[in-house]
Ligand binder design. Structure first.
Ligand SMILES: N[C@@H](CCC(=O)N[C@@H](CS)C(=O)NCC(=O)O)C(=O)O
Length: 245
């Protein structure tokens, strides 16, 4: 294990949230790009860090084992630093609830909607409609939760906000009208103004943008099949949209 904190990742929301937390805590860390479009997540060396073959993975000498799953990483860093997770109840339990809402619902469902928006363009109307409706409903739930509240849980900015905010940029990317979710959008913009968030985005851009774009454009159909979890049981699709994004 390295002698300083290393975060393995790419420029995706599940990674960005951890970079935001590292910056909020003022920790010293290194970002290492994992070329997921070139199947690097399936290298034995990476699978030894996370058998799921997914980023982010945090290596922190203070923990001593590699840690995967962005919610678990945020929770570890909050405990390590004693920040962004209230110590008193019920605030602590509520922060964990909204962190889990992001991990179990907002991230996975928006991820599915992104997939069916992008990849088999127009060929999966049922899946597109299903995940679109779920994404809309989740945006509504978060928007309602933020009525009369500054933060998702408790009375301070927490790991629940940090986990959720990078996913809230999908409102427009998914074709929803931001005016339909005014509280969600205002909360998202408020968080975006934080200096730590701006530093995090700049660090992630520096470390991940160029290598990710190069490997995405160069990806073969076999690379993208593996990235999207497509096997011979799933119909072949046209990946030109992904390469030309
Ligand atoms: N629940 C996991 C999800 C991790 C995840 O899906 N990571 C994506 C990038 S955001 C990934 O590594 N994709 C590469 C692959 O699936 O091959 C977390 O929150 O950390």
């Amino acid at each position: 294990m390295a002698d300083k904190i290393v975060l393995h990742g790419m420029g995706s929301p599940n990674v960005i949230k951890v970079v935001m937390m590292l910056e909020e805590c003022g920790l010293d860390y290194e970002l290492r790009h994992v070329a997921v479009f070139a199947q690097e997540q399936f290298d034995p060396a990476f699978l030894a860090l996370n058998p799921l073959g997914k980023v982010p993975v945090l290596e922190d000498p203070q923990l001593g084992v590699p840690l995967a799953e962005s919610g678990a990483i945020l929770h570890w860093l909050a405990e390590r630093e004693g920040r962004f997770l209230p110590s008193g109840q019920p605030e602590r339990a509520e922060v964990m609830q909204w962190l889990m809402v992001q991990m179990a619902n907002y991230g996975p469902m928006l991820g599915q909607f992104t997939h069916f928006n992008l990849v088999p363009a127009g060929s999966q109307p049922y899946a597109h409609a299903r995940y679109g409706a779920i994404a809309e409903r989740l945006n509504q739930v978060l928007d309602a939760r933020l009525e009369g509240r500054e933060w998702l849980a408790g009375d301070a900015y927490s790991i629940a906000d940090i986990a959720t905010q990078p996913w809230a940029w999908y409102v427009e990317r998914h074709g929803f009208d931001p005016a339909a979710f005014p509280r969600l959008v205002a909360w998202r913009e408020r968080i975006a103004q934080r200096p730590a968030v701006q530093r995090a985005l700049a660090r992630a851009e520096d470390a991940f943008s160029q290598p990710a774009e190069q490997t995405r454009k160069a990806a073969s159909d076999a690379d993208l099949d593996r990235f999207f979890g497509r096997s011979e049981k799933v119909p072949q699709t046209d990946y030109s949209i992904v390469r030309n994004m």
